[in-house]
Structures are given as C-alpha cells and as structure tokens.
Design a binder for this molecule. Structure first.
Ligand SMILES: NC(=O)c1ccc[n+]([C@@H]2O[C@H](COP(=O)([O-])OP(=O)(O)OC[C@H]3O[C@@H](n4cnc5c(N)ncnc54)[C@H](OP(=O)(O)O)[C@@H]3O)[C@@H](O)[C@H]2O)c1
Length: 233
C-alpha cells in the first residue's frame, strides 16, 4: 500500500535520491527545498518550497504521515582557530534547528501514520575525530543526541534513526571530489575503496523508513565504506 513521506532537502543529492526511490515505489512524496530543480520529473511528488533557516512556520495539511527524512547539511571544513561563532551557529541552524519546527508541526500527522519513522543524517566525523571538522562534528553530534532522545520520547509509536555517511558524491562534497584523482584518493581511504554514492544512502534511508526496520530505533547507522570501524593494514 502506498505510504506518505515528507523529505526535507529533497531537491538534490541524497534527499533527491530518497524522494526518487520512494516515488518510484508508488508512494506519495512531499519534497521540501528552496529550489525545485529536477523534482518536477518525479511522479507522485509535490514540491513544497521552504527555507529551513530563514522561513518561519512550516505547515502541511496532512491527515497522516508515515515517514520523515531531514537531509539539509553543510561541509564547512576549517582549522579551529579560523572558525567564528557565526560558522558554528550557521552549521547548527542548517543541521539541527532547521528540523525542529518542521518536525513539531508534522508530529500529530506522524503519530497517526502507519509504523511511522524519522531519519536524520549525521557524519562519520562524529565517531571518528577528523581535523578541520570541529563545527560540523559539533552540529552532527547534536543530531545524534536528538535522534536518541526523540527515539526514547516517541517510542513505541514513532521510530527515530540516523545515518552517518562518509564522503558521498553529491554537490555538497563537490569541492572535495572535483576530479577523478580526488575521488580515487578519497576512495582509497575507505576499506571498501570508493567514496559513497547517493544510492548507498537512499537504500539505507528507504529501509529505515519502511516496516522492514520495524524493530530498529535510536540507532546511528554507519554507511561509510567501513571507515568508522575497520582499520586497513
Ligand atoms: N555528501 C557528503 O559527503 C556527506 C557526508 C557526510 C554527511 N552528509 C550529510 O548527508 C545529508 C545530505 O547531504 P547531500 O550531500 O545530499 O547534500 P546536498 O546535495 O547539498 O543536498 C542538500 C539538500 O538540502 C536542501 N537545502 C539546503 N539548505 C536548505 C535550506 N536552507 N532550506 C531548505 N532546503 C535546503 C538543498 O536544496 P536547495 O539548495 O534547493 O534548498 C538540497 O536539496 C546532509 O545532512 C549532509 O550533512 C553528506
């Protein structure tokens, strides 16, 4: 049976792939971003323009909602001494606060959903200390805390999980993967010897949003080519 999903940050990268996968499976998708981009090519998909940082109140008139994924993120890599308070605040706004009022506004609809599920995105740089990642790691650490806290608060009705990717080939990582040489070099740092792609992430998100993951909540799932747990010889 078709389900109804709300995907925030659905116009590009991982969020777009999640929206595409869900819509191709015949589900109804509400897709939020600032720009529509290729979303008009997806079936069963309604574009909802919204800026998670500057727009005030989010509203979507839905009787029930079966799943929610929050995908906006940042990669603001700088030495700690060059990071301003505004850098930290800006990362926190996009990665953490942007999700709060949206989630609060759709919570009643989610509670009425069928096996409802929430998916957040963190980064491998929370479990693995990485130089120049202090701002994004601080924000995504908060996302992981939010995941566990909400999983406890919303159980047993709504499941809440988080995906922690390593570097994935999207526009967000464009600067780090701007040539084949950079992609190969970055891939070689991973036990699986390649960087991530949007399908790797969307497959996990689709699983977590589905009833197939019905006994999984409060987890941070590493989708990172082994980066966080395997040491290469
Ligand atoms: N790519 C990686 O290497 C990597 C690694 C670790 C973690 N992650 C995490 O994975 C998640 C997805 O990343 P991605 O690579 O798919 O990013 P992406 O390609 O930059 O896509 C981000 C999406 O969020 C939307 N968005 C950004 N700012 C927004 C705002 N203020 N209001 C509304 N929508 C906004 C963008 O659309 P508009 O610009 O049209 O608004 C876009 O649809 C993020 O949380 C990221 O931190 C990614």
């Amino acid at each position: 049976m078709a389900k109804t999903y709300l995907i925030i940050g659905a116009s590009s990268g991982i969020g777009f792939q999640i929206a595409k996968t869900l819509s191709e499976d015949g589900n109804i998708v509400y897709a939020v971003a600032r720009k529509e981009r290729e979303l008009s090519t997806l079936s069963n998909t309604t574009f909802v323009p919204f800026n998670v940082v500057s727009d005030e109140s989010f509203s979507l008139d839905l009787d029930s909602l079966d799943g929610f994924a929050y995908c906006p993120g940042t990669i603001n890599l700088k030495p700690f001494h060059r990071l301003s308070k505004d850098d930290f605040l800006s990362d926190f706004n996009v990665n953490v606060l942007g999700s709060i009022s949206i989630l609060q506004s759709i919570l009643p609809a989610l509670k009425r959903g069928s096996n409802p599920s929430i998916v957040f995105f963190s980064t491998v740089a929370v479990s693995q200390g990485m130089g120049f990642h202090s701002s994004i790691a601080a924000s995504k650490g908060a996302v992981e805390g939010l995941t566990k806290s909400l999983a406890a608060e919303f159980a047993p009705i709504i499941r809440v999980n988080c995906i922690a990717p390593s570097i994935t080939d999207t526009s967000l990582a464009e600067r780090l993967l701007s040539s084949e040489e950079k992609k190969l070099a970055s891939g070689k740092k991973h036990p699986i010897q390649r960087v991530g792609n949007v399908e790797d992430m969307a497959n996990m998100a689709q699983f977590l949003l589905s009833e197939k993951s019905g006994w999984i909540t409060g987890q941070v799932l590493s989708v990172d080519g082994g980066m966080s747990s395997v040491r290469m010889l």
